[in-house]
Design a protein around this ligand. Structure first.
Ligand code: UDP
Ligand code: MG
Length: 331
C-alpha cells in the first residue's frame, strides 16, 4: 500500500456489541495491532446496544486506557442494524469499517479493505467465502440470500456479509436515510457508488452465543425483502388470479359432468379441501399485506431509529447531539 497517499486520513472502526463482555478484551487485543500497522489514524467506536451484562463497563475500561477508543451506550437494545447506524453517524473517519465484536470476522482483513478504498472504491464488502456455522443456520442463510437476490437486490453478494468498509460520502448519504425496521447492508447495496468485494473465511464464534435468535432472523429477513420488494404483494395478486381461474375450470367440469354424463358432485371431502385451501391462502394474503402496513405505520410515527443514552471519550466539538436525535424532529 502506498503510505504517502493515505497521509492524514482517518479510519473509524464501528463495533456493535450486545452482551459481549467476554469478547471485548480479546477482540480489542486482536484489532489494535492490526490498526497500528495501517497507514492511517484510527478510532474504535463501540456501540453498546443495550446489553445487560458487563459490556458497557468493559468499553469504559478500554476507553480509559486508550484515547482512540470511544463508546456509545444506546438506551436499550435496538438491534445491530440500528447500532451500526448510530456508530456510523457518530464516526469521524474518512472511512469506517463495521465489524462484529465476536471475532468471527478476522480484523486482518481490514488492511485489504483499506487498500481497495485507497484505490478508489467507496464500499468494500468483506464477503464470506465460507462460514463455520451450524448446518441449519447455513441453510436458512442460503435460502434468504437467494430470495433477496431474486426478489429485491440482484447485486447483493450471494453469501451475504456483515463486515465492510464505507467511504465518508456513503456514510453521509446513509445517515440521512430515516427508514425504520431496515436492513442496513441492503440499503448500502441499493445506494450504489463504487462497490467492491474482498472474500474471507468467517470463523466460528468461540465465546458467548449468537445474539440473533431464530425469530429475530426471520423478522430481519422479512424486513429486508419487504423494504426492497413488492414481489410478495404481486405473488398474492397472481395466486388469487390463478385460483379464481382454476375454480372456473372446476365449475365447468362439474356442469359438464352433470349435464352430459349425469354424474353427481363429489361430496363434502372435496368441499373441505377447497375451503381449507382458500382459507389458508386468505390468511397468508392478509398476513403479507399486514407486514407492509405495520411497517408503513411504524414509519409514519417518526420515532428515532435508536436513542443514544451516553457517550464516552467524545470531544465536545465532535459531539453532534442533534445527529443521534435527528429523527425526533423530522421535517
Ligand atoms: N449485535 C447487536 N445487537 C443485537 C444483536 C447483535 O449489537 O441485537 C451485535 C453482536 O454483539 C455482534 C454483531 O452484532 O457484535 C453480530 O451479531 P452476532 O454475532 O450475534 O450475529 P451472527 O454472527 O450470529 O450472525
Ligand atoms: Mg457473530
Amino acid at each position: 500500500m502506498e503510505k504517502g497517499c493515505s497521509a492524514g486520513k482517518t479510519l473509524s472502526v464501528i463495533v456493535p456489541a450486545y452482551n459481549e463482555e467476554g469478547n471485548l478484551l480479546p477482540f480489542y487485543e486482536a484489532l489494535k495491532p492490526v490498526l497500528m500497522r495501517l497507514p492511517v489514524h484510527s478510532e474504535i467506536l463501540f456501540v453498546n446496544d443495550g446489553s445487560d451484562d458487563g459490556t458497557s463497563q468493559r468499553i469504559a475500561e478500554l476507553a480509559l486506557k486508550d484515547r482512540a477508543v470511544k463508546g456509545v451506550n444506546l438506551s436499550r437494545n435496538f438491534g445491530s442494524h440500528a447500532a451500526i447506524l448510530a456508530g456510523l453517524r457518530l464516526s469521524t473517519g474518512n472511512a469506517a469499517v463495521v465489524i462484529s465484536a465476536d471475532l468471527q470476522d478476522p480484523p486482518e482483513i481490514i488492511a485489504e479493505l483499506l487498500e481497495k478504498w485507497e484505490n478508489g472504491a467507496h464500499v468494500v464488502w468483506a464477503v464470506r467465502k465460507d462460514r463455520q456455522d451450524p448446518f441449519l443456520k447455513k441453510l436458512f442463510a442460503k435460502l434468504f440470500y437467494f430470495m433477496l437476490r431474486k426478489t429485491a437486490l440482484p447485486n447483493y453478494p450471494a453469501q451475504g456479509m456483515d463486515f465492510g468498509l464505507f467511504d465518508r460520502r456513503v456514510i453521509d448519504a446513509l445517515s440521512r436515510i430515516k427508514e425504520m425496521n431496515y436492513f442496513i447492508f441492503g440499503v448500502i447495496v441499493w445506494m450504489g457508488f463504487r462497490q467492491e468485494e474482498v472474500p474471507y473465511s468467517r470463523r466460528a464464534r468461540t465465546r458467548g452465543s449468537s445474539k440473533w435468535p431464530f425469530w429475530k432472523r426471520v423478522k430481519a429477513a422479512l424486513d429486508a425483502i419487504i423494504s426492497f420488494s413488492y414481489v410478495p404483494i404481486r405473488f398474492i395478486v397472481y395466486s388469487g388470479l390463478a385460483i379464481s381461474l382454476l375454480s372456473v375450470v372446476g365449475a365447468i367440469i362439474l356442469i359438464v359432468n352433470r349435464v352430459v354424463f349425469g354424474l353427481g358432485a363429489a361430496g363434502w371431502p372435496s368441499l373441505m379441501v377447497t375451503i381449507l385451501f382458500l382459507g389458508g391462502v386468505q390468511l397468508v394474503t392478509l398476513g403479507m399485506l399486514g407486514e407492509y402496513i405495520w411497517r408503513g405505520n411504524d414509519q409514519a410515527k417518526g420515532r428515532p431509529q435508536y436513542i443514544v443514552m451516553d457517550k464516552i471519550n467524545f470531544q465536545e466539538e465532535e459531539t453532534n447531539e442533534s445527529s443521534a436525535y435527528q429523527n425526533l424532529d423530522r421535517g
